[in-house]
Design a protein around this ligand. Structure first.
Ligand code: NAP
Ligand code: MG
Length: 502
């Protein structure tokens, strides 16, 4: 169902922010790009320009890395106690929460997602992430280790480890959850005492720039967080290849992830963590409660317009229930209110850009050409804005692009299976391993599937459940390392082993 393209304006102070001059945050100041270049930021619901931002490139990355290095090695940041760092991060969470409505509007105008969804999910999750990470600052502990040293009989030692911040971190994030991805990256880096150069996605820079203002308001020392707006091929590549960056943390496509690894290897062998793509299997077992599984499977693919790395894009349903489940999801899809994110009734906004709309529609065309059939949807919507109809595909074959490749749009391919014994193999038949889900009334089967599915997150009778305390990341080509939880803290620290002879 397509809503009217007209949507209410944002609040005046959100508009005031958009109208500002938007520089790069380097060493505590907002500065123009060295080149003086700027680029347009568009609202994907109507293609209109909402702001102009600085186009940072290698020269700006150099300045930002130098500022981050200076802040890491001297000044107030390394002198702060763990508790003082925690207090600053908590203050940032408070400021973000106080400005929740403004951030929800910025996410909606910039990314296209419904304002109400951003207000209920993206912003509160970012607030919660910062609070969770604030708590970690005082709990980053090493251990004392009894050592034996067989070649030094009789010698006595006291050995211990402590965890130190990895150093200057380059962080590169995508456009699908602009604020939340910034929080996932910044939270553990700040908690561990690292300093950061954050390169935000060219499509969606606005919420990170506003967050930069709050970082300054909270009182973080200059240079601890530097924010670069610009393009991946220039600013992002410069950050990944920079010889004075100790770690790069990247979220985005597997293709670019491989370039990041190459750049890290060819420069200074910096540490790398990667959160990449997915093609996640969602399995409905014959004993599932369909009244839960059907809306659950619809949410698995249609949340955030399918622009989720963990979207449940391959749906497996037993042949005996296939029509019932597919019809149920198709009905749910046709009831979704698609419209501008700022429309109060909007449940699904546009794709983030024309490029993304074309990419998703290209996949749809290829699938339909190869014999797949759209039970519902299958096309872009005409008019302004980069909308794509929520789509359910059937009659797919395992080698089709729509089954093998990440579409990153509101498109689910439903596959009928005969023998549940083959399911694990089919579900794991992907280069990716980010997430998976199973719907069943049999709790023991739920655990068995959870054990055998090769994915970083497995949901049983639910989907898209995230928490700051739960590690998130991928097996196989879905990435290296984990975001959130204690594991993120570990990945922003180096372990130092200290030994004293007594
Ligand atoms: P992308 O093209 O890989 O871009 C991600 C980020 O990398 C952007 O900031 C981009 O800059 C930058 N970039 C592009 N080329 C680069 C290069 N050569 N060197 C360094 N940085 C470069 O991905 P996207 O299309 O924005 O995002 C969608 C993809 O991200 C999907 O595949 C999705 O699965 C994945 N994703 C994964 C997770 C996860 O947690 N696993 C979360 C969200 C998204 P520009 O903005 O200028 O392009
Ligand atoms: Mg780009």
């Amino acid at each position: 169902m397509l809503l009217s393209q007209a949507a209410p304006d944002c609040q005046p102070h959100t508009q005031d922010f958009l109208n500002q001059e938007h520089g790069l945050l380097i060493d505590g100041s907002w500065v123009a790009a060295v080149s003086g270049e700027k680029f347009e930021v568009k609202n994907p619901a109507n293609g209109q320009v909402i702001a102009m931002v600085a186009e940072g490139d290698q020269a700006d990355v150099d300045r930002a890395v130098a500022a981050a290095r200076k802040a890491f090695e001297g000044g107030p940041w390394p002198q702060m106690t763990a508790s003082q760092r925690g207090k600053l991060i908590w203050k940032l969470a408070d400021l973000l929460e106080e400005n929740l409505e403004e951030f929800a509007e910025l996410e909606s105008l910039d990314n296209g997602k419904p304002r109400v969804v951003a207000a209920a999910a993206d912003v509160p999750l970012a607030v919660d992430l910062f609070r969770y990470m604030a708590g970690w600052t005082t709990k980053i502990e090493g251990s004392t280790i009894p050592i034996s040293v067989p070649y030094m009989p009789g010698a006595e030692f006291h050995s211990y480890t402590h965890r130190e911040p990895v150093g200057v971190v380059g962080q590169i994030i995508p456009w699908n959850f602009p604020l939340l991805m910034a929080a996932w990256k910044l939270g553990p880096a700040l908690a561990t005492g690292c300093t950061v150069v954050l390169k935000v996605a060219e499509e969606t820079p606005m919420s990170a720039l506003r967050l930069g203002q709050l970082i300054q308001e909270a009182g973080f020392p200059n240079g601890v967080v530097n924010i670069i707006t610009g393009f991946g091929e220039t600013a992002g590549a410069a950050l990944a290849a920079h010889a004075d960056v100790d770690k790069v943390a990247f979220t985005g496509s597997t293709e670019v992830g491989k370039l990041i690894v190459k750049a890290a290897g060819e420069s200074n062998l910096k540490k790398v963590t990667l959160e990449l793509g997915g093609k996640s299997p969602n399995i409905v077992l014959p004993d599932a409660d369909l009244s839960v599984a059907i809306p659950g499977a619809a949410n698995a693919i249609f949340f955030n317009h399918g622009q989720c790395c963990c979207a449940g894009s391959r749906l497996f349903v037993h042949r005996s229930q296939f029509d019932e489940v597919v019809d149920g999801i198709a009905a749910a899809a046709s009831e979704i209110q698609v419209g501008p994110g700022m429309h109060p009734d909007s449940q699904m906004g546009p794709m983030v850009s024309q490029i993304q709309q074309d990419r998703v529609c290209g996949y749809l065309e290829s699938g339909l050409r190869e014999g797949a059939q759209a039970v519902v949807g299958g096309h872009r919507t005409e008019g302004d804005g980069f909308f794509v109809e929520p789509t359910v595909l059937v009659n797919t074959e395992s080698q089709m692009q729509v089954i093998q490749e990440e579409i990153f749009g509101p498109v689910v391919a439903a596959v009928a299976y005969e023998d549940p014994a083959d399911l694990i193999q089919s579900a794991n038949d992907s280069i990716y391993g980010l997430a998976a889900a199973v719907w069943t009334r049999d709790i023991s089967k739920g655990h068995q599937f959870a054990k055998k599915l090769r994915a970083g997150s497995v949901w049983v009778n639910c989907y898209n459940v995230f928490d700051a305390a739960l590690p998130f990341g991928g097996f196989k080509q879905s990435g290296w390392g984990r975001e959130m939880g204690r594991e993120a803290i570990d990945l922003y620290t180096e372990t130092k082993a200290v030994t004293l002879q007594l």
